[in-house]
Ligand binder design. Sequence first.
Ligand SMILES: Cc1ncc(COP(=O)(O)O)c(C=O)c1O
Length: 356
Amino acid sequence: MEIVIEKAADSELKAKPDGSALGFGKIFTDHMFVMPYSVEKGWYDATIKRYQNFSLDPSAMALHYGQAIFEGLKAYRGRDNQIRLFRPQANLARMNVSAARMCMAQIDEDTVLRALKQLVQLDQDWVPRAKGSTLYIRPTMIASEAGLGVRPAQEYLFFIILSPVGAYYAEGFNPVKIYVTDKYVRAVPGGVGHVKTAGNYAASIMAAMEAKKEGYTQVLWLDAVERRYIEEVGTMNIFFKINGQIITPPLGGSILPGITRDSVLQITRDWGMDVQERPITIDEVMAANENGALEEIFGTGTAAVISPVGELYYKGRAVTVNGGYTGEVAQRLFDELEAIQYGDKPDPYGWMETLD
Ligand SMILES: Cc1ncc(COP(=O)(O)O)c(C=O)c1O
């Protein structure tokens, strides 16, 4: 499919932000990619154009019944000035899994990858230069058809927007304090927890706010049925190191299959570590901490890559994990992934994609 490029006029280009004040998702680049869909026409008018508002009918179905999915990935500028994307095909494949579950249109992954690369190429000056800063890429699809019937929409809008984001660890690794909730759940068996649909995030906000009020950074989610099995932490997958063994919950339908999770599994197995994907309860983790067997906990996800956990709060009790310090495996994984992402190290997995 042809991708039309309508460059913004020079007079429309925005001033680049100060690299030290980027934050997350507050600033957007000069261009975006937009591609509408209808059942009759399929995807059409694939266009890269100036970043601008949409015009949507107030009855657009995404606004009412939540047929809305998204992805999140990053472009990294290496020391060699080369811009690299981390496993973009995996994000687009996951987007089609999300689309299928939400009864939305399938994207052509090759066309979208081409559009994504052309968009980043066009706005390449927005990819930050400071180590740790990146260009966050947000492919999104919404049901744009006007109407209030509850059924799959016949029209969709796919778009990609770009946002330069600051270093997650500007002041070094900072182990986070985690609140284990047995009051709220993120996802249920048979539900939509394994896909990146907007409603999952809306549903998680109240628990996150309550945790924050208690002084905790993220929520640890337990399973919806027994409220014992660990699922995820905030918007990250979770790993434990207990008695030398690396453990992460299996993908059972209520957990998002993280691309960082998959990468961490591959790397730790290649390092010869004993790695298990198996159900793990909060009681097992608390007991392991009590008897000194719990060595590390860390989250994995695109935003932070690796996020060490220094404290857990569960049922009225706060416990320190690994003395509140970053564990050895978390640090080693962070260093390894960052080196691959910035091109400081060979990429034995073929994960990084250049823009050409
Ligand atoms: C709920 C949830 N779990 C886990 C992840 C981590 O996934 P990834 O490693 O692909 O960023 C994310 C972020 O995308 C998420 O939103």
